[in-house]
Design a protein around this ligand. Structure first.
Ligand code: R5P
Length: 293
């Protein structure tokens, strides 16, 4: 029997494209809050002896986390043979070390909790900085669908004479892949962060990038401080107004206004989260990954 897919937060059109693309059935369920704020969940589809998949939108995880766990546990009690999650933006990956003595390494605990209730996970470009692989913290099978091919396709179609710039050392992994697929040069800048909203980024070293269109690529755009600083520095070096690409458009606070003020030519993202800037579509890539799962 075909897989049954429950949409817990993707936009309806993208979810439907994926569900039809991998010939799955759309799962029906009811979710609401009781007056005291507790969650009510009711699975309406028959899931006995079926493989189940949850399509999860990873933004604001604290507000949703319990409903993901309740859903997975409920599906298993109702007879599902397995429950996996397709979560294009995997949250809680950035606190991967204890910077100060008492800090909680939330990435590890989040991974432990997810691994206890789900059988597998598919995501896109998780923030692997001090971890080399998700298997260091997740004990379930995980698969990464890279955004680089779709980003490279978009750059080839939309940007003349691009040079790819990474705003910090962690971005090297994405920037290098994108530049190699586009067939252009890249450079990685150095970032110093002294607070959540306090970031400085170094100037590019190569003067011969003048005349090229800088395309800044990073995995996450959250407050936009990293990108905005990089944009200002590139413009100060007489480079053209940069195009900014973020895989995961978290866009917290005044991010959009800040990026506009910085002088960015365009801000584009992937559809790992719902946002009007998501011109780079990965739905076919996720469909293929799910079909092969
Ligand atoms: C962290 O190293 C990530 O790769 C991003 O550079 C960072 O999360 C961006 O955050 P913000 O937009 O708040 O500067």
């Amino acid at each position: 029997m075909s897989r049954i897919v429950f949409n817990m937060g993707w936009d309806a059109k993208t979810a439907q494209e994926l569900i039809s693309g991998c010939a799955s059935e759309s799962g029906e369920f009811e979710q609401r809050c009781f007056p005291d704020g507790e969650t009510y969940l009711n699975v309406l589809s028959d899931v006995a002896d079926r493989e189940c998949v949850l399509l999860i939108n990873g933004v604001q995880p604290d507000q949703q986390f319990l409903s993901w766990i309740y859903m997975a546990e409920n599906l298993k009690e109702l007879g599902a043979t397995s429950v996996g999650m397709l979560i294009p933006y995997l949250p809680y990956m950035r606190q991967d070390i204890r910077f100060k003595p008492g800090e909680c390494v939330t990435s590890r605990h989040f991974a432990k909790l997810i691994s206890a209730s789900f059988d597998w996970l598919i995501t896109t470009d998780p923030h692997l900085h001090r971890y080399d692989a998700l298997s260091e913290i997740y004990s379930i099978p995980t698969r990464i669908v890279p955004a680089a091919p779709a980003i490279a396709r978009w750059i080839k179609q939309s940007v003349d004479n691009p040079v790819i710039i990474g705003p910090d050392i962690e971005s090297q992994q994405w920037v290098q892949d994108v530049a190699s697929l586009v067939g252009c040069s890249y450079e990685v800048l150095l970032k110093e962060r002294s607070g959540d909203r306090d970031v400085s980024v170094s100037l590019p070293k190569r003067a011969d990038f003048k005349g090229f269109t800088p395309v800044l690529v990073d995995d996450i755009i959250s407050t936009g401080r990293t990108m905005a600083n990089a944009v200002v520095n590139l413009i100060q070096c007489d480079m053209k107004a940069p195009v900014c690409i973020g895989v995961h458009p978290l866009f917290s606070d005044d991010c959009i206004a800040l990026l506009k003020e910085s002088g960015a030519q365009q801000v584009v993202s992937c559809n790992t989260l719902n946002h009007p800037s998501a011109l780079i579509q990965l739905t076919e890539d996720w469909t293929e990954a799910l079909s092969n799962q």
